[in-house]
Design a protein around this ligand. Structure first.
Ligand SMILES: O=C(O)CCC(=O)C(=O)O
Ligand SMILES: [Fe+2]
Length: 516
């Protein structure tokens, strides 16, 4: 790990700890504070500053007219109000369900769901600001008289939990408002926007506690932290109370029909998830095709993956062409998919050198899976000459950002040194287990089982919920024998162990341990 250094960025300075290859070559660049159009803002009793940045759509989609915009509103809310909110949300329990963007545990907390407060106390604090500031601002800025808040959530980014929220559009929200809660000097990185396909255009948004960041569904953005912790409060706003009640996205239909490729792209995603009625793959495909023809690289990528999956021989070539196009434009996900297509000979003849080339491009853009796969390619001499130094460097970059496979591999490396580093093994397994990585949870449960402190039982329980058969067997055993401090419960043991073979083994074990 590189020791902390101070980097000067114009008038801004940030504390820099360990840096990924992407960040080393590009540094953190903030939204240019001199380029926005600024004006004083007065809304009801709130007074402050609006800074507005315009991002030309042609940066993403060749020849497309128009621009997306994003706004930072500052000084409207007292920092002490943000502090009060932060104290309140820090004490909540955070969900670990899979996130819709990356499938990792979400570490989020929802005070409002479908327009209804689920946290009355926080509701009392937030309601005046929602009614008198957020809604009047969004309604006037986006000319949508009926805009209504659908969801409010808190996202938590702690160093052993979440470091990224990958590049995405908020496809289900007409407009999004992010309220900064954590002072920016407590973390490195944060929320960024990305106006082009390539991550070198990322601009980080500095949000002081109480600052608001506002954008619409066509703004490509994400979150990346290199150190520290961050909480953010997010308001997802739909175009009408009816859209909130039904959970739908009616604003896309007209814009998609009028030829807006971002609307087509987001609407296709809604059809795939069954949010606009039944899941409709054909309609999604039609919309992706239309947007892809206009040069929307996200649509090109999705379309290509769908065609690869369908595996129609004629379509494979089209799929590979689409991937190549989006990869050439610099889109990291397409570069990674193209690398996999070359590695597996899907739609193209197999070519490990080309796979390695594209995997490196994606990894250099901070794609954690690409970094992990790249490390394995260096280790095994696939597409590159074997290079253990590079392999270790990419593995660490991926693991430091909490990519579970990389963390588990580093854990296993700790046992291959002499003498075996058991505490290092446990450290990395625990970190991966926090990401709900089943393989790591299993290894950790096996490691702590003999300590009999009940932790193994709690891990087996979590794994049973994830549908893990080995965990079912282990938990059944614990109930049968009282291992791991569980009370002996033969009925529970029998329910968890339906197979006769397992029952026979268990009968022997229980007799042996003299518990049943
Ligand atoms: O945490 C943030 O600031 C934004 C997260 C985000 O983009 C999202 O939840 O959609
Ligand atoms: Fe978002």
């Amino acid at each position: 790990m590189v020791s902390p250094r101070l980097y000067e960025l114009g008038t801004l300075s940030v504390l820099v700890a360990s840096r990924s290859a992407w960040e080393l070559s590009h540094g953190i660049t903030y939204l240019d504070p001199s380029s926005p159009v600024s004006r004083n803002l007065q809304i009801g009793g709130y007074q402050g500053l609006e800074e507005r940045w315009l991002l030309e759509k042609s940066l993403r989609i060749p020849n497309l007219p128009g621009s997306s915009s994003c706004m930072r509103l500052s000084k409207l809310l007292a920092p002490s109000f943000a502090q009060q909110l932060l104290a309140q949300v820090q004490s909540q329990s955070y969900a670990v369900d899979n996130d819709s963007v990356d499938g990792l545990p979400s570490f989020e907390y929802y005070p409002m769901i479908n327009g209804t407060w689920s946290d009355e106390e926080l509701g009392k604090l937030l309601q005046p600001m929602v009614q008198e500031l957020i809604l009047p601002y969004v309604r006037s800025r986006y000319s949508c008289e009926e805009c209504t808040v659908a969801e409010i959530l808190v996202r938590r980014y702690l160093s052993e939990e979440r470091r990224t929220h990958n590049l995405h559009f908020d496809g289900h929200a007409y407009a999004t408002v992010v309220l900064g809660l954590t002072p920016p000097d407590e973390y490195e990185g944060g929320l960024y926007i990305q106006p082009t396909p390539h991550s070198n255009s990322r601009r980080f948004v500095q949000l002081e506690p109480g600052d608001l960041f506002v954008h619409s569904f066509d703004l490509q953005h994400g979150v990346r932290l290199w150190s520290g912790s961050r909480y953010s409060l997010i308001f997802w706003i739909k175009s009408s109370p009816a859209a909130v009640a039904t959970g739908t996205t009616p604003w896309y239909h007209r814009s998609a029909a009028e030829g807006d490729p971002d609307a087509m792209y987001n609407l296709a995603g809604q059809f795939l998830q069954g949010i606009e009625g039944e899941v409709d793959v054909m309609e999604a495909l039609r919309l992706y095709e239309k947007a892809a023809k206009m040069g929307h690289y996200g649509a090109q990528h999705h379309l290509s993956l769908m065609l690869l999956e369908a595996a129609e021989p004629n379509e494979l070539v089209r799929a590979a062409r689409g991937l190549r196009h989006a990869a050439d434009a610099g889109f990291a996900l397409a570069q990674k998919s193209l690398a996999f297509a070359y590695a597996n000979g899907q739609g193209l003849s197999q070519d490990l050198a080309k796979a390695a080339h594209w995997m490196l491009q994606a990894a250099e853009q901070d794609d954690l899976e690409a970094a992990y796969v790249l490390s394995s390619m260096y280790r095994h001499g696939q597409g590159f000459p074997t290079n253990n130094l590079e392999a270790d460097r990419w593995l660490r970059a991926s693991a430091e950002a909490n990519y579970a496979d990389a963390m588990r591999e580093i854990a296993e490396q700790q046992l291959r040194v002499t003498p075996a580093n058991w505490s290092g093994y446990e450290f990395w397994l625990r970190r991966a287990a926090r990401q709900r990585d089943a393989a790591s949870m299993r290894l950790l449960a096996e490691l702590v089982q003999e300590r009999g402190d009940g932790e193994a039982v709690s891990l087996w329980r979590k794994l049973v919920k994830l549908g893990d058969p080995e965990a079912q067997w282990q938990l059944g055993r614990c109930y049968a024998t009282g291992r791991g401090t569980l009370p002996v419960k033969p009925a529970k043991a029998r329910a968890l162990l339906p197979g006769q073979g397992q029952k026979d083994i268990l009968a022997k074990e229980c007799v042996y341990s003299g518990r049943v």
